[in-house]
Design a protein around this ligand. Sequence first.
Ligand code: C5P
Length: 232
Amino acid sequence: MNNAMKLCVSLDLPTAKENLELVQAIKDYDVWLKVGFRSYIRDGKKFLEDIKAINPNFKIFLDLKLYDIPNTMADAAEEIAKFGIVDMFNVHASAGVKAMSTVMNRIKDIPNKPLVLAVTALTSFDNDSFKAIYNEDISSKATQFAKDTHNSGIDGVVCSAFESLDIKNNTSDEFITLCPGIRPFGEDAGDQQRVADIPFAKENKVDFIVVGRPIYKASNPSEVVEKILSNI
Ligand code: C5P
């Protein structure tokens, strides 16, 4: 990927109405929109269609982090790809190489197939809680997950901006990195442990920055989006 870093706005507000008001407010900008569990479970495919109805040029990242046996993951991936309106979705790398390659193989011939990312290590883990499950240190295992992901034909990973460059060095420059935990102008970190700003993300070759609260909690979200885009 690379070249111009892209902005992905998290639609994390509590209701569809509030999320769609935010989408409406930023409808003239070239951004991606991230739809997660809460919105998708409650509002379903209709919500994705409502976004596209506001501006068909919006790109949608469906953040459902699929994790199951290979065939079940591929079934879900196929259904997402067949929607024809999802531009990117994700799976868990810890589902394994077989599951990830089964997913990629299943969707390969679907027209306009979405990009697929994999989550390496959830950012909510500290080293001890990660080790209790995977019996390995988080940093070495995350790099291994990234390599497995790349070898499975997946397009990129969800990772922290602090890992982006190392992951690219261990895979390829084209391998996409999408990074949450971005505080563009020194905003409150909230529950994010390690936050990065735009220059740091650029230096570390991040392809997508994900920004939620600094945009939707602002009194004028479109002004913040505009400022982020001009800084990119
Ligand atoms: O509000 P904030 O900018 O912190 O939002 C970041 C978004 O990225 C949220 O939707 C959060 O769930 C998501 N995310 C994250 N860390 C990950 C994966 C996703 O913060 N590892």
